[in-house]
Design a protein around this ligand. Sequence first.
Ligand code: C5P
Length: 240
Amino acid sequence: MSADRLLVALDVESGARALQLADALKGVADGLKVGSRLFTLEGPPLVKALVARGARVFLDLKFHDIPNTVAQAVDAAVQTGAWMIDVHASGGSAMMQAAAKAARDAAARTGRTPPLMIAITVLTSMDDAALRETGVERALLPQVVALARAAQAAGLDGVVSSPHEIASIREACGAGFTIVTPGIRGAAAGAEKNDQMRTMGPAEAIRAGASYLVVGRPIIAAPDPRVAAQRIVEELTTSR
Ligand code: C5P
């Protein structure tokens, strides 16, 4: 269903505002992303409250540490009821394998459906020069594709990708791989780009091969977030 493909980034300053938005969006957009700011402010009780309201929560904490620590963090994330969890692919294959195993084990132990385990490849704030600074000589796109393949080989379900990397990742990793795409602007997502440099419209990104779209400010900063989300869902529904 088109509405299931939309994930709203709850980049807000308080749990109260997050719950208000969740209620306003209920039935239109029930996929919600909680990032490190909101989680650091409000913690697991907020994630549990969103899950209790029927939301699918993408807990976007981008874990990156030694395998044992990441496994423990993923186990803790599963206990919040998160539906999607992410780790940095640059943490390496052993770390990603530990994350995937911890997700399966924690889900089995607590009687839950295993979460979707997603990898961050290269942060979209980085360019070739920034990548070189970290010791990576390869250009950005081949590095993104190499890390996506490594994530898949380690047993993760997908990656976060900028709109313009979708086609290459889809080609490399196949139809069953999950691609989560922020940087959605234009068409029903509005003309205001904020700080997003390389954007794509909602329907265009789905056509390019995205599985899920992450949309923040075009919805949460709109005068009526529910109407803004509805417009995007309509665009996705009518353009298929
Ligand atoms: O407000 P906006 O639609 O730009 O929000 C996009 C969301 O996706 C934010 O939470 C941002 O941190 C996140 N994100 C991103 N680019 C990435 C990864 C995540 O914009 N490469």
